[in-house]
Structures are given as structure tokens and as C-alpha cells.
Design a protein around this ligand. Structure first.
Ligand code: GDP
Ligand code: MN
Length: 379
């Protein structure tokens, strides 16, 4: 679960990480009032769960409260990478002398958390890693020992940080690491960590991702309305609780169980087709979820045919068949549907399917894949 910047900053403040005192605003009036209280020169930051808001025009610095109002009016309602800005964070503007990068991530390869520091902050860290990898330092944290002081110095010197940044680093990284562990995060990224002309060090931006498997332990953190997914089909799937990944091809696939659903993709590929999606209806799926899955797949305009491959176990073939028939009735399906249905309650399922018109039956997975690819090629 990706958090909005203001949520991350609220959390980090509680761990002693210096963050500006900002205010979340939803209208230009609120922006103006907040700017007035902060002395007029403020930064107005769109709260959307995508990176590169600055480049997209979603982060602006005002000269006065009136100016802030105008900028607020511009940013609120703006579309940034498919997400509409509903809230902005207003903060006193910083006098930036230096921008550094500080992050903690779960490094799967080493099965440890890693601290990443770079003197080249404010820009995309991926870009820094590619073009000037020597400007990045990384240290791995032993989970039993935690983040040690010498590692903090190592990370800071390795990145070539300035004296004021070096001085602030222990408290800062200490706080970030405690927040990371306490709040079950798998990413915290401060980019930029700003060194002001007065030598203060402040987190100007904050990204935080909470492990989805731990959200029950972090019940006080509110799930943001918008998700980080920016594919509209995947967003819809998430809303409906469907296990769906969009792949960009033209043959829709449905399977039960992740293994079978992935095997579907392999089969379609093997016979020369291009899968439009991964979709797992899960164990014990009801007719309704079959219908919803079909509706979702067919809403993708690239889809020219759908292959349904169900191996009934806990999932009952008759229930799936009911869902397919229901979908046939309720949706305007103009593309070929190949159905392979076997396993628990197979006969009952086939009987239900035989009443529906226009379905292409298949008796094996390979046959299903061949038939759907042929049907799509024929148009
Ligand atoms: P991002 O583009 O989504 O990563 O948003 P950031 O919060 O990182 O803002 C982008 C850039 O705005 C920063 O890298 C700063 O260079 C610039 N900026 C200029 N003045 C300020 C300020 O007072 N506060 C903040 N947060 N950013 C500022
Ligand atoms: Mn940033």
C-alpha cells in the first residue's frame, strides 16, 4: 500500500525525522488561507500516487498568498498520469542549498533491507544509478543488529555528502529505519532531502510503501482512495477483487488457480498467440465472479477472443458454466469464446453450456489455445 506524501510525512514526523509543517487543502480558498498563515511563500504539492509530479507541473512554489491561490486552482483538478488531483499539500517553501537522496528498501536478492544514499538528489534515482553509479552508496542492514552507527557514516561518506548533511544523517536515518521497521514498510524514499541555506536538513518529499501483508497490523494508517496502479483495467480489477494483470495482447484468458492461469499464457504463446491478460478466478469461484471477470476482459478493446480454461476442484464446473451462460446473456459478446471445462461437476457444467449458443468447446488446454488463436486469426 503506497501512502500519500502527507501521510508518510505525518508518520515520519513521529519518528523524529524533520519534515515541514504542512497543511492538506482541497480548495483554492484553503490554499490561500494556508499560504497566508505560512507567510505567502509556499510550495504547493499535488497529492497523487505517482512519481515525477514536479516534472508534470504538480509541484509549484508561490511568491504570495494570492499567487498560491492561483497555483492551487491550477493544480487542483489537474490530471497527472491519469490521476486527478483532489488534494494538495501546502508547506512553507524551503531555501534549497543542496538536494540529497535517502532511501530504505527491501533488497530481495540479499534478503536484507538496504539503505541508499546519494548526493545527487532531486532527480530520478534510477537515472543516477544508470549514469553516475559512483554517486550512490548502499549499505545492507543485518536484521538482528539493526542499522549501526558506522553504517550510517559509511553510507554518508560513500555518497560524498556535505558536512551539514553528514551531521544530520544519524538522527535522520535512525528515524527512517525505526519507522520502516515499526510500520512494516518495504520502501521509504526521501527525494529530495533538502539542506537549506541555513544548514538545516529537511525531508522535502516522502514516499512510503507499507507491506500489503501487514496492513492488518497498521490499521491506523488509512488506505489512500487512489491506488498506485495506473492501468485503468488493473485499477478496476483491484476494485472488484479480481486477480488480473494486463499484458497487452489480444487473447483474453481465464483460469482457476495462479498456476493454471499462467499455463494458459504459455499455451497461447506456444501456438503463436498473444495473451491480453492473466486472470485467476481463484478457488471456489461463483458464477458472478466468472461473469465479472469476462466483463473486465471484454472491456479491453484489444481483446479479440477469450479462452476459458477451468480445472474443477474446489471450483465447481457447473458454477463456472452458469457464470459463462449468465455473461452470454448479460454482456454483448461479439468475440469468440473457447471453453474448456473439466473436473468437479463436469457433466452438469457441460449440460449448462450446451444450452448456450456460439461457444467453442475444447477438451484440452492445448486444443483450447489452438482453437482460440485460429478463431481470432479468422477474425
Ligand atoms: P516529485 O517530483 O513527485 O518527486 O516531487 P518533489 O516533492 O520531489 O518536488 C519536486 C522538486 O520541487 C524538488 O526536487 C525540488 O527541487 C523542487 N522544490 C523547489 N522548492 C521546493 C520546496 O520548497 N519544497 C519542496 N518540497 N520542493 C521544492
Ligand atoms: Mn521527489
Amino acid at each position: 500500500m503506497k501512502l500519500q506524501e502527507y501521510q508518510a510525512k505525518d508518520i515520519l514526523r513521529g519518528y523524529g525525522v524533520p519534515v515541514p509543517n504542512g497543511k492538506v487543502c482541497r480548495t483554492p480558498d484553503e490554499v490561500q488561507a494556508a499560504a497566508e498563515a505560512m507567510g505567502g511563500r509556499v510550495v504547493i504539492k499535488s497529492q497523487v500516487l505517482v512519481g515525477g509530479r514536479g516534472k508534470a507541473g504538480g509541484v509549484k512554489v508561490s511568491r504570495s498568498a494570492d499567487d498560491a491561490r492561483a497555483l492551487g486552482a491550477k493544480i487542483l483538478g489537474m490530471d497527472i498520469k491519469g490521476l486527478t488531483v483532489k488534494e494538495v499539500l501546502v508547506e512553507p517553501a524551503l531555501d534549497i542549498a543542496e538536494e540529497i537522496y535517502v532511501g530504505i528498501v527491501t533488497d530481495r536478492a540479499s534478503r536484507k533491507n538496504a539503505v541508499i544514499v546519494s548526493a545527487a538528489g532531486g532527480i530520478d534515482i534510477e537515472q543516477v544509478a544508470e549514469q553516475t553509479p559512483e554517486k550512490i552508496s548502499k549499505v545492507w542492514i543485518n536484521p538482528e543488529l539493526g542499522l549501526r552507527d558506522f553504517q550510517i557514516r559509511q553510507a554518508g561518506y560513500g555518497a560524498g555528502l556535505s558536512a551539514p548533511a553528514m551531521k544530520a544523517l544519524p538522527k535522520l536515518l535512525g528515524g527512517l529505519y525505526r519507522a520502516y521497521i515499526d510500520r512494516d514498510a518495504n520502501l521509504i524514499e526521501i527525494n529530495p532531502m533538502v539542506v537549506t541555506s541555513g544548514g538545516e536538513v529537511v525531508a522535502a518529499d516522502a514516499k512510503m510503501v507499507i507491506d500489503d501483508n501487514a496492513t492488518f497490523r497498521q490499521a491506523d494508517i488509512e488506505a489512500p482512495e487512489d491506488t498506485e496502479v495506473d492501468d485503468p483495467f488493473e485499477m478496476e480489477a483491484k476494485r472488484e477483487g479480481i486477480n488480473y494483470v494486463r499484458l497487452g495482447g489480444d487473447i483474453g484468458t481465464i483460469g482457476n488457480g495462479a498456476g493454471l492461469a499462467m499455463a494458459n499464457l504459455d499455451e497461447v504463446k506456444r501456438v503463436g498467440g498473444s495473451p491480453a491478460n492473466f486472470l485467476d478466478i481463484g478457488g471456489g469461484a461463483k458464477a458472478e465472479s466468472v461473469e465479472n471477470s469476462l466483463r473486465l476482459i471484454l472491456s479491453d478493446p484489444n481483446v479479440k477472443g477469450v479462452m476459458i480454461n477451468i480445472f474443477g476442484g474446489i471450483t465447481r464446473a457447473d458454477e463456472v458454466a452458469k457464470g459463462i451462460v449468465q455473461a452470454k446473456k448479460n454482456l454483448d459478446i461479439t468475440v469468440p469464446l473457447v471453453v474448456r471445462l473439466t473436473g468437479t461437476n463436469e457433466e452438469a457444467g457441460q449440460k449448462i453450456l450446451s444450452k448456450a449458443e456460439g461457444l467453442i468447446p475444447a477438451s484440452s488446454m492445448a486444443e483450447a489455445a489452438e482453437k482460440i488463436v485460429q478463431a481470432v486469426e479468422k477474425g
